[in-house]
Design a protein around this ligand. Structure first.
Ligand code: HAM
Length: 420
């Protein structure tokens, strides 16, 4: 039987690569404009990093990680998200000793989650993320939110909803958790089995359950924003001012809680519509306790992750389809055995001159080579037929206007360069 890719994975085929590269280029440019430099961390880490970092009460750690013992009996996990690895590297290499803030981004990090594959939900996806360390105030929160929106704007996306919330800090969140649990207690038997389980381990997560019956119950739950301590409240208010200053319309959504344990204060999501309702395109927030938890100093952090496959879905939803650039500009067609070596030589010289050139690898007839070049959509075809070979010349046909001219072989590279 034919072997297929594992369930929940997706190939990026050569014909799609221009889209990925276009998105990556914009991400790199915008990250650089904001002073972020790239970090690359391993695809796998010791499992303990995610248990400590992401939190062992989260769905990700409890149910979704690809964890295995390596040959040395160490527990290894394929990255289920990008932040923990970046923080581990920051601590291990003492990047916090560099001038603050330390700003980094990761580009198309492969991320693995053992989820039920469905529309927009994969077991391997790729994330671009930005992380800013060392800024306590909300300007860094605003910076990362505005940068990802700028990227999406440059990709041509419109009408995306930005939802923000604050989930407080270890000082004020316990009061909220207590009030939430009191509110939910009477309704506990009516929650879905997963939320019943969350009640003790992670009650805030009940707020963003996708089950209708849970949503009906949480609709009138106490609002976390009314429980914020002064510090968290003022942080949130100042963030709103900064975003407002830049004309950004955000909706305040107290149900946004995020699925990772490390968040403090700001959390946010940019959402898109999918056949099954809303789907997060981007998610992020502040994680002021994480660096310390991973063994570093007290250092605040804030960032986001955005899935490239979901960007591609949203581009499709919005009808944005940039055309692929021409792959080959000039094709050198030749006749018979005696033409092969000069054609090959010229093709290599053209490439050395920085031109996208190709020739016939498959010993096809001149007519078949023309058909192939036409399919490639080349701008020029250089022809080495019997006459040209005898004269040491090249006939150049411009495929856009059909015009032809003959040039001496030694001038061919320069001539083609001029014509392109
Ligand atoms: P997250 O919300 O779990 O956050 O994931 C970020 C983004 O990755 C989502 O908004 C979505 O675009 C994409 N994504 C997540 N799961 C899947 C999936 N199964 N299939 C396809 N795409 C998916 C984080 O991972 C945090 N580390 C973000 C962060 C960085 N917060 C602070 N810094």
């Amino acid at each position: 039987m034919e072997i297929q890719s594992p369930k929940g994975t997706r190939d990026m085929l050569p014909k799609e690569s221009h889209l990925w590269q276009w998105i990556e280029q914009i991400m790199r440019e915008e990250a650089a404009l904001a002073g972020y430099r790239e970090i690359r961390t391993p695809v796998f880490e010791y499992t303990e990093l995610f248990e400590r970092g992401v939190g062992d009460t989260t769905d990700i750690v409890q149910k979704e990680m690809y964890t295995f013992l390596d040959k040395g009996e160490r527990s290894i996990t394929l990255k289920p998200e990008g932040t923990a690895g970046a923080v581990r590297a920051l601590v291990e290499h003492k990047l916090y000793a560099e001038p603050l803030p330390v700003k980094m981004y990761y580009l198309n990090n492969p991320i693995f989650r053992y989820e039920n594959p469905q529309h927009g939900r994969l077991r391997e996806h790729h994330q671009f993320g930005m992380e800013c360390f060392g800024v306590k105030g909300p300007t860094a929160d605003a910076e990362v939110i505005l940068t990802v929106l700028k990227i999406l704007g440059r990709l041509g996306m419109k009408d995306l909803a930005v939802k923000i919330n604050s989930i407080g800090c270890p000082v004020c969140r316990p009061n909220y958790q207590k009030a939430l649990k009191e509110y939910l207690f009477d309704n506990l038997p009516n929650l879905c089995p997963q939320c019943q389980e969350r009640f003790n381990r992670n009650p805030l997560r009940i707020l963003d359950c996708k089950e209708k019956k849970c949503q009906l119950i949480t609709r009138d739950a106490p609002n976390i924003l009314q429980f914020l301590c002064e510090d968290c409240d003022s942080h949130f208010e100042r963030l709103k001012v900064l975003l407002n200053e830049r004309g950004l319309k955000v909706s305040i959504d107290p149900q946004i809680v995020r699925g990772l344990d490390y968040y403090t204060k700001t959390v946010f999501e940019i959402v898109m519509n999918s056949p099954r309702g809303e789907l997060a395109l981007c998610g992020g927030g502040r994680y002021d306790g994480l660096v310390k938890k991973i063994g570093g100093p007290e250092l605040p952090g804030v960032g986001f992750g955005i899935g490239t496959e979901r960007i591609l879905l949203e581009l499709q939803n919005q009808g944005i389809a940039p055309e692929e650039q021409r792959v080959t500009d000039v094709f050198i067609a030749s006749l018979g055995e005696e033409g092969r070596l000069p054609a090959f030589d010229l093709c290599m010289d053209l490439r050395n001159a920085g031109l996208r050139a190709d020739w016939d690898h498959l010993d096809r007839s001149l007519k078949a080579q023309f058909r192939y070049a036409d399919k490639l959509g080349v701008k020029l075809i250089g022809i080495m037929g019997g006459d040209e070979l005898q004269k040491g010349a090249l006939r150049i046909k411009n495929m856009l206007d059909g015009q032809e001219k003959e040039v001496s072989l030694k001038d061919a590279v320069q001539e083609i360069k001029t014509l392109l």
